[in-house]
Design a protein around this ligand. Structure first.
Ligand code: SF4
Ligand code: SF4
Length: 471
């Protein structure tokens, strides 16, 4: 595919500037972008992450197509203020559950980080999965390996360079369009989304606007912004130093074994300063400078260095997964440390509360709302209170609710329920009025009364407690 002469294909390695701990390597001293071109790498970790990424992408693309209880396995219905998760349905009244669920998942991520560093970033974060798993591969396929890419980018805008750029960016745009629509399919059911795609954009301006926005966002991120998302925008890298300790398993360089760096195979430490671990790094850092915020735990430097060690007949693992304590030659690491125990407990509390709350949820919601600015109405002989009852079916099947009179804790009252039987479609909500009357002469103070809401499917009855108001 490349028209670059083989004699030119190896770009000279720049020794002018090396990654250090004082600056971000992807930003030049004058503030301009130092566009990174990570070298290709193969090895056992790359095979593992590729398998894992493929599974994740299949799950991501497949979930909206799978139906559970008549709804997509995962769907967030924003206009309907509802969410569907594997057969469970949630309304806006269940929003509080997201606090416990998210805090549970957040602390689970903390536990993972305390045990295995940024394994989430390297293995499961969509930024890494799509960037390294798809976009980088397309770039490599069209524009060739690292040195060829660098040389071509520095060269003139000839036909060979231009057609490759056009093809690459066309594919990037198409891919971004696809990923954006998969993302949208978590909000709009797939069959509706396909109709929207096939129809005139003017008929679906909002959906079309969002699809274009997300396509643009994906293209901007994966075609240009790339590792800057991890370095500048993502907060997770910044808090990792607070989550890990010397027993956390991280990707690191064995300084004791590698130093002093030798340029000949038989002298000094095992590191021959070949720079390969830096060339393959997608964030442009030198792992030999120690653990850095920019490291996304992608494992590329492990495979790169193992390959070099194989070639110079030294044991693998100069760059490897290990704990800081072990790299420093310390004793055996401990797994259940106080911080892991704490994160684990907090995570379990969040997940347990969310799970319990989900199981104890009522299948319907009922709230009584007073008519605004009108606590009561005076009739000739009676006082009238108007109560609007908001009923919500939280299930993915139809339901019938009955609004029935309850009891008075004061004067005898009369109820007028114009619509005592309320039929609700799946996840539908409705507001029904209830009029309550008490004798005007006998009234001397406000008093309590109840309304009963009965669910025909489950037989559950909810009591609404209200106050009868008068002059
Ligand atoms: S790949 Fe290994 S040997 Fe080469 S510079 Fe990195 S740590 Fe040293
Ligand atoms: S230092 Fe190694 S693990 Fe970290 S981002 Fe660079 S290549 Fe990936």
């Amino acid at each position: 595919m490349s028209s670059i002469p083989k004699t030119q294909a190896k770009a000279p390695r720049s020794r002018k500037r090396r990654p250090d701990l004082d600056s971000v390597y992807s930003i030049n001293e004058d503030g301009s972008r130092n566009f990174l071109h990570p070298a290709d790498v193969r090895g056992r970790w790359q095979r593992r992450v590729q398998v894992f990424w493929t599974l994740l992408i299949l799950v991501y693309v497949g979930l909206p197509w799978i139906e559970v209880a008549g709804q997509p396995a995962v769907r967030f219905d924003l206009p309907g203020r509802a969410a569907y998760l594997f057969g469970l349905s949630f309304t806006n009244q269940d929003f509080y559950l997201s606090f416990f669920a998210l805090s549970g998942l957040g602390f689970a991520l903390f536990v993972l980080t305390a045990l295995y560093g940024r394994v989430w970033c390297g293995f499961a974060c969509p930024q890494t999965v799509f960037m390294e798993g798809i976009y980088r591969r397309i770039e490599r396929w069209i524009e060739g390996p690292r040195n060829t890419r660098i040389r071509r980018n520095m060269g003139p805008n000839d036909f060979d360079k231009v057609w490759r750029k056009i093809l690459k960016h066309t594919l990037f745009l198409g891919l971004s369009y696809g990923i954006a629509h998969v993302f949208l399919s978590y909000f709009i059911p797939v069959h509706e989304l396909l109709q929207v795609i096939r129809s005139n954009p003017a008929e679906h301006k909002t959906a079309f606007g969002w699809s274009m926005f997300f396509t643009g966002l994906m293209y901007f991120d994966y075609a240009w912004f790339r590792e800057q998302t991890c370095l500048i925008i993502c907060p997770y890298g910044r808090i990792q130093s607070a989550l890990i300790d010397p027993d956390t398993i991280i990707i690191g360089y064995d300084e004791k074994r590698g130093e002093p760096r030798s340029h000949g195979v038989d002298e000094g430490g095992d590191c021959i300063d070949c720079y390969r671990c830096v060339e393959v790094c997608p964030t442009g850092i030198d792992i030999r400078n120690g653990l850095q915020m920019e490291c996304i735990g992608c494992t590329r430097c492990i495979d790169a260095c193992d390959d070099i060690m194989d070639r110079i007949a030294k044991p693998r693992g100069l760059v490897r997964y290990d704990s800081e304590r072990s790299f420093e030659g310390g004793e055996k690491r401990s797994i259940l440390r106080p911080r892991v125990f704490l994160y684990l407990c907090l995570g379990l509390i969040g997940i347990a509360v969310a799970t319990l709350s989900v199981h104890q949820r009522e299948p319907f919601g009922a709230r009584a709302l007073r008519a605004r600015g009108m606590p009561y109405t005076l009739e000739e002989h009676r006082i009238r209170n108007l109560v609007n009852v908001h009923l919500q079916n939280k299930r993915t099947e139809e339901a019938t609710l009955f609004v029935r009179p309850g009891e008075s804790q004061g004067l005898p009252i009369e109820y007028l329920v114009p619509q005592p039987r309320v039929h609700l479609a799946a996840m539908e909500d409705q507001q029904v009025p209830v009029f309550v009357f008490a004798d005007r002469k006998a009234f001397d103070q406000n008093f309590g009364f109840t309304l009963l809401i009965e669910d025909s499917l489950s037989g559950r009855v909810e009591e609404l407690h209200l106050t009868f108001r008068g002059p």
